[in-house]
Design a binder for this molecule. Sequence first.
Ligand SMILES: O=C(CO)COP(=O)(O)O
Length: 142
Amino acid sequence: MNIAFIAHDKKKDEMVKLTTAYKEIIKDHQIFATGTTGQRIIDATGLEVHRFKSGPLGGDQQIGAYVSDNKIDLVIFLRDPLTAQPHEPDISALLRLCDVYEIPLATNLGTSEVLLRGLGNGFIEWRKTQREVQLKELQEFE
Ligand SMILES: O=C(CO)COP(=O)(O)O
């Protein structure tokens, strides 16, 4: 599975704790992240991470583009609900695309734990079928 991890500044310590705690589960998957979040995950876990640009510089949009290309199966986005973000429109756009494409999305630590445990127990496997169906549809369209 391809998992995207994103955390706002005040949530980055939580993200480090989360990815460290669930390293045994996430190590078997491809990890994508916005720039600074990705670096924190690399430093803390040593896992391989595909880093996009930093969020305010377009990272959320890059992940959104991957979502719309059916390349992301799960999004863990630890948002800071108490601080205004200069790139709020990008954040809303990413959340919207997750809903458009029915991508499992966690925006807080509690839901993140549920989704990562679900991932470990195979509950996200349906995404593989979803990807194959969509690929077939695209091929028929071309
Ligand atoms: O701002 C972000 C998401 O909206 C996160 O970006 P960084 O991981 O680069 O801090």
